[in-house]
Write a protein that binds this ligand. Sequence first.
Ligand code: NDP
Length: 259
Amino acid sequence: MTEQTQGKFKGKHAVITGGGRGIGAAIADALAAEGAKLTLLGRNEEVLKAKAETLPAALPLSCDVTDQAAVEAVIAQAREAHGPVDILVNNAGAAHPAPFMKTSSEQLQSMLDVNLMGPWYCIQAVLPEMQERDSGRIVNIASTAALIGYKYVTAYAAAKHAVQGMTRSLALELAGRNITINSVCPGFTETDIAFDAIENIMSKTGRSREEAIAELAKHNPQKRFIQPEEVASAVLWLCEDINRSMTGQAISVAGGEVM
Ligand code: NDP
């Protein structure tokens, strides 16, 4: 692993969950370009390794973020390799659309496990060292579904709203230290999650691919899909040292869908 010698985050250790693809991969590219040493977490080892090979100093560690013991073990490994964690980006997440009455308690629990408990466990694993050093940046990739409702994703929206409740409350608990926690809330972004939503609309309604894309894109006043790099840009801004007054916030990257 060859470390980048320049950049805003030179020498900082950033952990990105779900860093192998989609929005997480774009965040990894952006942080690496600014000199950060990275740890990429996710379940699929091959995908993580392939992504890490494209970056100057990235450690791929496979881990299911819903397993607290596994999270603690990989964070210990990451610390061993790259030193204490300066930046945690809780990006791993999943959405399973279903009407409310067809959402089982197991499906609700799985949405809470990956979207809320995963970030919770990761924060608990890195926070003691951030507190010891009075320094840290935590960014949760929530969703516009953390701020407003959408039909047929009640369990996902409940979990993402809970992430924002955690973000606001923890921001207050950490306010006496230089540790900030914020959410970035993307609208529909061009990744596998959006592709799954397109397939879902096509199979449920018989609409064409173009019609399904238009159906999703209409949520965004700019009538377009957001690109992962746009989400990454907001994450990096929140991680800058200068932005220590930004805490407990939810920043929508959604073309004006939420304001
Ligand atoms: P992708 O499906 O492309 O990526 C999801 C990532 O999360 C993958 O890297 C996946 O890796 C990882 N992941 C999922 N479950 C787990 C788990 N249990 N443990 C560890 N890693 C896991 O989706 P996006 O990039 O779009 O999603 C990233 C985040 O952005 C999510 O939190 C999502 O809710 C949020 N978001 C996305 C929007 C969109 O339209 N795309 C809109 C609003 C929010 P692996 O499968 O290898 O475990």
